[in-house]
Design a binder for this molecule. Sequence first.
Ligand SMILES: *Cc1c(COP(=O)(O)O)cnc(C)c1O
Length: 231
Amino acid sequence: MNIEKNISSVKERIANICYKMGRDPVSIKLLAVTKTHPIEIIETALNAGIEYIAENRIQDAENKIPDLLKKYKEFHFIGHLQSNKIKKLMKLEPDLIHSIDSLSTAGKLNDYLIRINRIQDILIQVNTSGEASKFGIAPIETLSIINDIDQLSNLRTKGLMTIGMFTDNKDIIRNCFRILRELFEKISKIDFNNTEMKYLSMGMTDDFEIAIEEGANILRIGSAIFGPRNF
Ligand SMILES: *Cc1c(COP(=O)(O)O)cnc(C)c1O
């Protein structure tokens, strides 16, 4: 397992698709998804040029993020947020939470942010595959929920996130990403107080090339950098 080599290969694949699409690779944030991997492995990635890291479980993040402080540029939280974990997550000072998937979670997060006098950047997770097993807001309800979240004083919605369907069928995956991009473009045209459509977070190890073609500007990549995860 050579993490340096994996990172350069991922960056090269990103650059190739960007070239094909006439996009600037610099406009794409590469998030290394460090879940299940120990600190030493994460440090290797940070030394090899990774700036943005992401975890999906609060407890794992609590065990690692404080020890990595200042070695990364940004820490993102990408997992489902339970309301009883809000306080713990806020201690880790995430730069961006990708996975706000209900108005009720947004409301509870906002209440806590008011108490600690902090502003938090978030993305809204949309369930573009329609799978019952996935978290996220239904595409058809997204605009109305964003409208409600826009009223919450301490949250700043910065865009949308989705997980493509787990399938080998590229057209189905592309369709998930297209749904998210179309929502993003539609919502971009609306004037809000606390909401802007800046980030489109989509694309993982098996589908990030399609995601770039469909407009992603944050990629969340684990296995292609760190190898397969042992559960
Ligand atoms: C684990 C995870 C990823 C990364 O998955 P890989 O297929 O290993 O690249 C991306 N996004 C979320 C939300 C994840 O939980």
